[in-house]
Every structure is written in C-alpha cells, then in structure tokens.
Design a protein around this ligand. Structure first.
Ligand code: GLU
Length: 528
C-alpha cells in the first residue's frame, strides 16, 4: 500500500480510538470492534496483526490471549507498527464497509430460525452404510461465512461429517477452472434429468445429464484423472483434489474418512453399474480406468468437513472463486458462475425445481444431511443435520432455507420491479445503487413520469431524498411545471410541501419562478 495513504488511515484509526488522557489506544477496543463486525480474531487476514501484538508485548506463558489483549495499550508509534500489514481490512471493518453491516441484528434473527428448526423431528438418518447410520439424529449445526469473511456459527459446527454429494459442485468447478467450458461440456451436460440422483441413464447425446448427479460427478472424477493430470499416479491425483478443496476452505478442516470410503466402495453396486454403462456408451475420455475413477469419486464423497469449513468452501463460490478469509483466488469466476447455475437447477435432488421456486438460491445437498446454500455476492450458509427426507434432503436444513427467505429478500427474483415486499434486505447498499435510485427518481420528477414515481414509491424509495444542492423530486417537478407529478408527490407520497434547497428556495417558489402559476397555486392547499 502507498505509505502516505497507509499512514493517514492509521492516523485516522488512532485518533478515533485513542484515550485523550493517556494518548494511547487500548487494543481490546480494537478487537471489540472487530468482534462486532463478525470478522473473527482468528481470521488468517489478521494473523500478522496478532503475531505482532504477541511479539511486541510479549504474551506471558499461560495467559489467555483475549484477556492479555484487553489490557494492552499502544502509543501512536507502536500502533502504526502493529497495524501496518492489516490496514486495509481494519479500515474496512471500522467503516463497517461489509456486506452485512448490521451483523448483530442479522445473527439474532438467524438464531431464532435456527432454534425453530431444532424442534423439527422429521426425517431419518441415512442407513445405506453403517458409518452414516451411526449419527445422532439430534445433531444440528449452521455456519455462515460472508464474502467479507464475517462468520457466525450455531450448534454442532465442529463435528466432522463426510461431505458426500456436496463435493459435486466443487469437483465440477475444479474441472471447469482447469479445462474450460468446452473441455468439460464435451463430457457432461447441463440439463436437470428429472430422475433420481443415481439413475442409470444418460442424456440424448449420451452424456451424463449434469454434474450434480452421480453419473456427472463420476465424470468429473474421470476428467480430473485423465484430462487434468493424465501423467500423475492416483495418489498425486487425490492430493491434487485435497489441496484444491483445502484452498477453497481457507485451510480449515478438510479431512478424509477411510471407513466411509471403504464402505461406500463396498456398497456401490449402482455407481459401478453407472460407470460400466458410461463405459459401454464411450462416455469417458480415452484411457480412463473406471476403477480409479470410481475410487476418486468415493474419495471425494468421503472427504470430511465441519459445518464451519463447509461454509468457507461455499463462501468461495459466493465470492466468485476468491476465498474470503485468505483472499486467494482459487477458482475461475466463469467456472463458479456455471457451477452456481447448475446448483440452482439441479442441486437438491428431485426437489430441485421446488427449491428453486421457493427458495430461489443455488444450493447442494448431501446424503450425510448437509446442505450448502449460496447467496451469490453475499454469503454461504452450511447446514447440517443427519435426518433426511424421502428425497434425500436434510429436513432441518430445508426448513431453515425456507424460513430464511421468508424473512430476508434473498430469493433471486425478490427484487423485481413492481414487486412489493415486506422482506428485509440486510445487504449493504452501495453508493452506486443509492445514487442510481435517486437519479431515476429525479428523472421521473423532471419528466413528470407518474408511473415511474409510483414504482419508486411502491419499492420503498425515500421520496423526500435530496441531491447535493438540497433539491428534492418535488423541487424538480414544480420547476418543470409537472402538475400530475407534484400532485402525486404531495397527495399520495405525502412528502413535506416546503423543503428548502441550499439557496433557500421551496418547490412553490420554483413553480412561480419558472412561470408555472397553476402549479404554484396548487401548493396553497397544502401549505395551510
Ligand atoms: N456416496 C453417495 C453415492 O454416491 C453420495 C450420495 C449423496 O450424497 O447423494 O451414492
């Protein structure tokens, strides 16, 4: 970063937080501010900051880090030295320039939803292999990771479980990132199949229907083996997958459950049948060894995650391929876009159509009871509870997704013109968006476009908003002599009739000044 710019940020922070009597900043206050934003103290992006603190002040052995920090005070010079490498993130946090600015209200509401779903006793734990059947049906965890690395977790979020079919979007995204669109779509289709996830069928051009079903995911494994790393041994190919997943998970828990792997392989008659069927139909890249290919598929299903790490994996998708907590660009953004499209249409087994309709977000579900929900450009939510319904989706997770979009306007089509919604939008509004809203409102007022004014009004736009000169839509409509627009603003929107611009002019004065006497007189009824 430019040194003088960095210095001025650090100065601003110092002045904002310093104690005027001691001229020192308490580091506990800085960390409290970080905590409130939802970013964790343990976030890898803050590791240099933390490291410098312990190094600089010498943390006594055995003392808890948090209480150690709350007693630390830094003078100006030390403060600059400590912050140096993490200024950008800290400055972002201080300005509360994060995708969900009111983190406290958001997490409070989400907690209510989580607790509501906890009482749901529907569904059965998957029992096709003993390792899955052994899970306690009461387990229920939920983790959120936003594109700015804001984190929130509730329930059983550190218990490991196998990722199962939630691996499918990731193996597909890896293939797309490495081989490009054509290299993948020669072998895998993009169409919902309308059939069971493990159905023995191919699309009309003899390709697996899509990569979210078993056949398509077995093909993703074949592409990793045969087209991405053709010359490596199988161990190197597995390591390649594991490393990729670990990078997407920001180095959080990605393990491997060998018992599940062995059990999956032992009970995989259907997957073997599918692979042979694809071989018979010459679907695979030349030279594919279907046993290696199935092994890699079972291995990808047997990767172990926690609800926490799964949320980071998902947030990398939500963030266009950049892992939010490490800042590493792991996946090509076009690959992510294509993966999300198929999660949207095919990610929830035979419930995918209804899920897209009701929840309106890309998601993927796995037989271990996990669901990964992605809100593009906002966050990922991982949900895990072993009891699943007859279609294969976790019952509590499904309920949670529906509760979420009943409260928040996250459904992809919730923002349509003319759609009046009472739902909450917790996302930060960008300057551009706000400015765009006011610009279109002002144009509607200038041109007297009452139906556009009406649309703004219905969408909850603040009709009293003013520009830099203090001029409101009412000023503009009056100055242009737009009687219907003035009437609409005064009588339907009930905006205050005499706001003053920076020169002290009211809308009525503007109407007379530009010789729109009828409009000017109309104000008289509203100014009594
Ligand atoms: N290992 C499972 C299979 O291939 C994955 C099932 C799933 O999560 O959909 O049958």
């Amino acid at each position: 970063m430019d040194i003088s710019y960095g210095k001025s940020i650090a100065e601003t922070l110092f002045n904002l937080y310093k104690n005027n009597d001691t001229n020192m900043v308490n580091m506990g206050d800085i960390f409290a501010m970080i905590d409130n934003s939802g970013v964790r103290r343990s976030d890898p992006r803050l590791s240099t900051f933390l490291g410098k603190i312990t190094e600089n002040f010498g943390q006594p052995a055995g003392e808890d880090l948090n209480s150690f920090i709350s007693n630390l005070n830094a003078d100006e010079e030390t403060f600059y030295k400590l912050l140096d490498d993490n200024l950008v993130l800290l400055y972002q946090i201080i300005r509360n320039d994060v995708v969900i600015p009111d983190w406290a209200s958001f997490t409070e509401q989400v907690t209510e939803m989580f607790n509501k779903c906890k009482t749901n006793q529907g569904g059965e734990v998957a029992s096709y292999i003993p390792q899955l059947a052994a899970y306690d049906p009461d387990l229920w965890g939920m983790s959120i990771c936003t594109i700015d690395g804001q984190r929130f977790s509730l329930g059983d979020v550190n218990t490991k479980f196998t990722i199962q079919s939630c691996s499918k979007p990731f193996t597909y995204a890896i293939c797309l990132s490495e081989l490009g669109n054509e290299g993948v779509h020669k072998y895998i289709g993009q169409e919902p199949s309308g059939r069971n996830f493990n159905d023995l069928s191919l699309d009309p051009s003899n390709k697996p229907h899509n990569p979210m079903l078993n056949a398509g995911a077995i093909m993703s494994s074949a592409l990793i083996l045969q087209n991405i790393l053709p010359r490596e041994g199988v161990a190197a190919k597995y390591e390649f997958l594991l490393k990729y997943m670990t990078r997407m998970a920001g180095n959080e828990v990605i393990g491997f459950n060998n018992s599940v792997f062995l059990s999956e392989r032992e009970n995989a008659y259907r997957n073997f049948a599918m692979a042979y069927y694809m071989q018979e139909n010459k679907c695979f890249p030349e030279g594919t060894d279907i046993h290696d290919c199935l092994d890699l598929y079972f291995q990808s299903c047997s990767l172990e995650v926690t609800s926490e790490s799964l949320s980071v994996l998902g947030a990398t998708l939500a963030n266009g391929g950049i892992c939010p907590i490490t800042g590493e660009n792991v996946l090509n953004p076009c690959a992510v876009r294509d993966t999300l499209s198929l999660m949207y249409s095919c990610g929830m087994y035979n419930y995918s159509g209804q899920f897209a309709f009701k929840v309106g977000l890309p998601a993927k579900s796995g037989v271990s009871g996990c669901v990964l929900l992605v809100i593009p450009n906002v966050m990922a939510i991982s949900l895990w509870s072993p009891p699943i319904d007859s279609i294969g989706n976790s019952v509590r997770a499904l309920q949670f997704c529906e509760e979420l979009v009943n409260v928040y306007s996250f459904h992809r089509f919730e923002n349509l013109n003319n759609l009046v919604t009472q739902k909450i939008d917790p996302r930060r509004q960008s300057y551009e968006e706000k400015t765009h809203g006011s610009l279109t409102l002002f144009f509607a007022a200038i041109t007297g476009d009452v139906s556009s004014l009406n649309r703004h009004h219905l969408q909850g736009v603040d009709m009293t908003i003013c520009d830099y000169d203090g001029r409101t839509a009412l000023h503009l409509a009056a100055a242009e002599g737009r009687m219907h627009a003035v009437k609409f603003l005064l009588e339907t929107c009930r905006v205050p009739p005499s706001p003053q611009d920076r020169w002290g002019h009211t809308p009525q004065e503007e109407a007379f000044r530009f010789k729109h006497d009828e409009v000017g007189r109309f104000f008289d009824n509203h100014l009594k």
